[in-house]
Design a protein around this ligand. Structure first.
Ligand SMILES: *[C@@H]1O[C@H](CO)[C@@H](O)[C@H](O)[C@H]1NC(C)=O
Ligand SMILES: *[C@@H]1O[C@H](CO)[C@@H](O)[C@H](O)[C@H]1NC(C)=O
Length: 567
């Protein structure tokens, strides 16, 4: 009653054209300091226009998450009975009341909103002076000391009580840009890597050359991946591309000619552009080349689409929101989405992290298997500067995605040093992994005590080879390493399993983790040696069972088929 009265009063004063009665504002989101490396360099010009995105509260996000687990957990009555676009919307569409409360507040401030990518989003343009008043804050220009990356951000903002329960968050406000946009791609040109293998542990059919030059043939032998073409056209593999990571068709043709001479060299991929992104074939990137060659070249004949997302001033993190919301807005969602980009969890706010993670839950409920690389900086996050406690990557900490780490060598296959792994500071350990994580923590004992958050969502979930991939870049075979390599390979294997499922009249795998941590676990090769150093420590050791370097292990296509009762 009181809130309604206040709202009416505000309308009344605004309608009379009187100066706006100052509504009491309440802090909605705050961070204690700018991320490491960023310092405020002054106030932006008051007329500078900020492009903000307003996310409304979703009506029943908890219900949607319950549903996600129901459709993803083996043994559940609705296992793999995915939701349609409109069924998801029934859970998450903001209530009419929320829309009314937020638009009334914007109206009172003379701000006009336009619709965003989904019903959750409104876009607004507000000059700095007005944004400062209406959010009771002071936007500053922040600069990054190493790179000079500059952005207008704030450490906290407030909204009226009438708005607070209806607002999820406002982007970018407290979310800082990635220091160097290149840092988002979890990949690098490999330095020469030499492995001494012990021949007796070599898996059948895996050539010794695979230790130093990973190819599709090596991966097929290592993980029992079929070379036979997929047959189902409803199966789709989506490949994310941020920060102008382009991929060339000529390099793909060259790659297939050298490494997949059994498939037509005309095999290619579709491109879908958003936010002004383009696939610039004349300016290929290491990441784009790798991601396309090891999806098209591994998921034989699975329809593959390269989603190129343009940059924005939000350090590309807005691109993450746009891609997932664009896919959610499609009537038919892709069956697999692979992303080899990530960023430090410390750059973002809990509200932003939660919003993005909930969007992945929606896509998962639609039946998309979402895979992300864990990162290439061991227990650190790749941002540089001093590291006093282990620094998690994002979206690795989101419980609704499958996070892929890296291994090296083949005989035996061990953890790759670079493989990022650890524990989120935002998301608690989800139930599906709690047994696996607590066994690991028992084995770990006091190692790294105090350096990581034991109660956080732990990652990676799984892993795959990540060192010295042979990639054709501008016509030349170049060795490339990173969890960026592991992820498209794991995703391709899921896409090939989906092909078999569809061919036998079943639905696709969807959100993988509840399966992987239960009936799927024994279909993976457990990796038990190696570690992921960082922050001046040896990092976490790989152990029998799940570990925060290689997760549950690397895939075995044939065993996964059996776990799905397809063989
Ligand atoms: C490939 O060549 C183009 C044109 O010279 C260049 O812009 C691009 O950076 C090169 N790609 C890589 C990954 O070196
Ligand atoms: C540790 O993670 C939990 C979530 O599981 C979170 O609530 C808590 O704030 C985190 N602790 C720190 C120090 O970040």
């Amino acid at each position: 009653m009181v809130a309604a009265g206040l709202l009416a009063f505000s309308f009344f004063t605004a309608a009379l054209g009187a100066p706006l009665a100052r509504e009491p504002l309440h802090v909605h989101d705050a961070r204690s300091a700018a991320p490491q490396g960023y310092t405020a360099s002054g106030a932006p010009h008051p007329d500078t226009v900020l492009q903000l995105r307003v996310a409304l509260k979703q009506s029943n996000n908890a219900g949607l998450i319950d549903k996600l687990y129901e459709v993803s957990t083996p043994g559940s009555q609705s296992y793999r009975k995915f939701l349609s676009k409109s069924e998801v919307e029934q859970y998450v569409a903001p209530s009419a009341e929320s829309l009314a409360a937020v638009t009334a507040w914007l109206d009172r401030n003379g701000v006009k909103a336009t619709p965003g990518t989904t019903s959750q989003w409104l876009n607004i343009e507000v000059p700095v002076a007005k944004a400062n008043a209406m959010l009771d804050t002071e936007f500053s220009t922040f600069e990054h000391s190493d790179t000079g990356v500059s952005a207008i951000r704030t450490l906290a903002y407030s909204v009226p009580a009438s708005v607070k329960p209806h607002l999820d968050f406002i982007y970018p406000t407290t979310v800082f840009p990635v220091k160097a946009t290149k840092a988002m791609a979890n990949v690098h040109i490999a330095s020469s890597h030499r492995h001494n293998s012990t021949a007796h542990t070599r898996r059948a059919g895996v050539d010794a050359s695979c230790d130093n030059a990973m190819t599709p043939a090596c991966l097929q032998a290592l993980y029992n991946v079929p070379t036979t073409p997929a047959t189902q056209s409803s199966n789709t593999l989506a490949v994310s591309s941020f920060v102008s990571s382009s991929s060339s068709t000529a390099d793909l043709t060259n790659f297939l000619g050298q490494f997949r001479s059994d498939v037509p060299s005309s095999t290619t991929f579709a491109v879908s552009n958003l936010d002004g992104g383009v696939n610039n074939e004349a300016q290929t990137s290491v990441e784009g080349s790798l991601d396309i060659q090891y999806t098209v070249g591994m998921a034989t004949n699975v329809p593959t689409t390269f989603f190129t997302v343009g940059s924005d001033n939000g350090g590309d993190l807005g691109g993450f929101l746009d891609l997932v919301n664009t896919l959610i807005a499609q009537e038919t969602a892709p069956t697999v989405l692979t992303t080899s980009f990530g960023f430090p969890e410390a750059l973002i706010s809990q509200d932003f992290a939660t919003n993005l993670c909930n969007a992945y839950a929606q896509l998962g409920a639609r039946g998309t298997s979402i895979l992300f690389s864990s990162g290439d900086s061991g227990v650190d996050d790749g941002e540089g500067g001093s590291c006093t406690t282990f620094r998690p990557t994002f979206p690795s900490g989101c419980p609704f995605i499958t996070v892929v780490g890296a291994t090296q060598g083949t005989a035996p296959e061990t953890a790759a040093d670079l493989s990022s792994g650890g524990f989120s500071n935002f998301f608690p350990t989800p139930q599906y992994q709690s047994d696996a994580v607590s066994s690991y923590l028992t084995t770990l004992g006091s190692t790294n005590a105090g350096l990581f958050n034991k109660t956080g969502r732990a990652y990676p979930d799984v892993s795959a080879a990540g060192i010295s991939y042979q990639v054709v870049i501008n016509g030349t075979v170049t060795p490339v390493s990173g969890t960026s390599a592991s992820t498209p390979v794991f995703a391709s294997i899921i896409a090939l399993l989906n092909d078999r499922l569809i061919a036998s009249g079943q639905s696709t795998m969807g959100f993988l983790n509840p399966f992987l941590y239960s009936t799927g676990k024994s279909a993976l090769n457990d990796i038990t040696a190696g570690s992921n150093p960082g922050c001046g420590t040896k990092g976490f050791p790989a152990e029998a069972g799940w570990d925060p370097v290689t997760g549950l292990g690397t895939p075995d296509f044939n065993k996964l088929l059996s776990a799905l009762k397809l063989s």
